[in-house]
Design a protein around this ligand. Structure first.
Ligand code: CTP
Ligand code: MN
Ligand code: MN
Length: 500
């Protein structure tokens, strides 16, 4: 089975929860504490639903307090609901899931708390912006993306697009500090439930400094930022962006080509003395296909193909969709999978067997295999670099349109009937599965902030392999992502809320 949908795992009780277990003798899902909002629901229906949930082993709190994790409401008027919730002065409100009744009914049907999906969320129910017209203390937006819930619905795209251009431009000029500042500011804005309407909305947010506020001001006034427009029409910026859009071309190579005076792909291909490595050759060869976004249906089709391949090799294999598609994105630049087996030490062999089989099926257009350099005895690795040490491969696969529900995305014209797609496979030992899943699900900004939070707030080191407690000097084991969040003393954030 392809573990594409996010299953619910029972989370370990966080040390911070104070309510005694004995109060909930029949509770099956201790980490989930519901609160049903009576407004619009009515008291008799609330009593009925409370009983129903309790009979199925759910904990339902009668009063709204810090221990509540899931608020369920039938009131779809988000703004009045929010005002009402805020009036209770519960400090942990920004960390609670505020959900539509459909999440509750889905959970009752399945007899367990279902994973939160975007359709369950009450729009605008995330931490609110400071409101100058009321004197109620407003929920503060955390400086850590792993303490914010960020769905794919970005109400501030006009600002975040501008910030991303600035971040990239600083990166191209090797000003990493400024680049990171704009990436963080963009990430904060992405988590907001509504569009910023005035400067006052933005001023008290973390990471929104003078420069980013000035950009917001300009956009609010004239719909665009002069500085961003200038960057977008800058020859060096445009050329580096173009070159880096080729698979296998990073900033260094792009800069080298630009310095030689090359401005287009035809310049590169015609220039004497330019050596393209195998990755770049394939990047150019399949440029049209792999520069086009991969759709959800195409990702699903690839999942099915790899799933069949994996299970023809061994029946106990585990294949999990990860990366952007696990976060609920509709399009991605590639498709990421974790493939492993409970048989210790066999995972690397499984990956090479998968590659062999894909080759036999004629599906591999390009394969860059990286053998494992993972060594448990060397953990914790204090370098905690971006790249993990598990066996992995970066692939370009051939995807036939006949395998895709609704056909290939936007390629009807050329009549080829197939397209090339970038696919990443990573193969960790089962013991490291939860860390790999958390690390590869992303987003990059979410991962960065998980690590920063672990280090700064918990004196712990987190990477794709392990979590190390520097105070206790020990590695903390985890079999699920929920375990890792619990070790970090963080509320669990669903994959669809990690689009930071
Ligand atoms: N990642 C990683 N080690 C790698 C490659 C990727 O830990 N060698 C992680 C990245 O940090 C990221 C996730 O895997 O969090 C997915 O990477 P990527 O495919 O680049 O990004 P997506 O979030 O999936 O975005 P897209 O939809 O554009 O592919
Ligand atoms: Mn991806
Ligand atoms: Mn990837």
């Amino acid at each position: 089975m392809l573990h594409g949908a996010v299953g619910f795992h029972i989370r370990r009780r966080s040390k911070m929860e104070k309510v005694p277990v004995s109060m909930h003798k029949d509770a099956k899902f201790e980490s989930v504490r519901l609160y049903l909002v009576e407004r619009k629901m009515g008291s008799s229906r609330r009593a009925f639903l409370t009983q129903l949930a309790r009979s199925k082993g759910f904990i339902v709190e009668d009063i709204l307090s810090d221990v509540v994790t899931h608020i369920v409401s039938e009131d779809c008027q988000a703004s009045s609901l929010w005002t009402w919730l805020e009036g209770h002065g519960v400090k942990t409100l920004p960390m609670m899931q505020v959900l539509d009744i459909t999440w509750f009914t889905d959970s009752m049907k399945q007899g367990k708390p279902v994973a939160v999906e975007p359709r369950h969320l009450i729009q605008g129910s995330l931490p609110m912006l400071p409101d100058a017209t009321t004197s109620t203390p407003v929920a503060k937006v955390s400086q850590y993306a792993c303490q914010r819930r960020t769905t794919t619905a970005n109400s501030n795209k006009i600002f975040t697009d501008a910030f991303e251009v600035l971040a990239e431009s600083y990166e191209f000029n090797e000003m990493e500090g400024q680049s990171l500042a704009f990436r963080r500011a963009a990430s904060v804005l992405r988590s907001l439930p509504s569009k910023i309407q005035s400067l006052r909305d933005a001023e008290s947010l973390p990471f929104l400094g003078k420069h980013s506020i000035a950009v917001i001001e300009e956009i609010l006034q004239c719909g665009f930022s002069m500085e961003v427009q200038k960057i977008l029409s800058n020859e060096r910026f445009k050329t580096l962006k173009l070159f880096m859009s080729v698979f296998g071309v990073g900033l260094k190579t792009a800069e080298k080509w630009y310095r030689k005076g090359l401005l287009s792909f035809s310049d590169i291909l015609a220039a004497p003395g330019i050596h393209l490595n195998r990755m770049q050759q394939n990047g150019f060869l399949h440029y049209g296909d792999i520069s086009r976004a991969v759709s959800k249906a195409e990702a699903q089709a690839l999942g099915n193909i790899i799933d069949e391949t994996v299970h023809a090799i061994t029946s106990d294999a585990l294949l999990t969709l990860t990366g952007g598609f696990r976060r609920g994105k509709d399009f991605g630049h590639d498709v990421d999978f974790i493939v492993t087996t409970p048989e210790m030490g066999k995972e690397e062999h499984l990956l090479t067997a998968v590659i062999e089989s894909l080759k036999h099926q004629g599906l591999i257009l390009y394969c860059d295999y990286r053998a494992s350099t993972f060594d448990m005895s060397r953990l914790p690795n204090h370098k905690f670099d971006a790249m993990d040490h598990f066996a992995k491969c970066f692939l370009i696969l051939r995807l036939d349109g006949s395998r895709v529900e609704g056909g290939l995305c936007g390629a009807e014209g050329d009549g080829r009937g197939w397209r090339a797609v970038r696919v990443d496979l990573v193969s960790p030992p089962m013991k490291q599965y939860a860390f790999t899943l958390l690390g590869w699900t992303g987003s990059k900004q979410f991962e960065r902030d998980l690590r920063r939070f672990a280090q700064k707030e918990r004196h712990m080191l987190l990477d794709n392999h392990a979590l190390y407690d520097k105070t206790k000097r020990e590695l903390l084991a985890a079999t699920t992502e929920q375990d890792i969040f619990a070790h970090l003393g963080l509320q669990y954030i669903e994959p669809c809320q990690r689009n930071a």
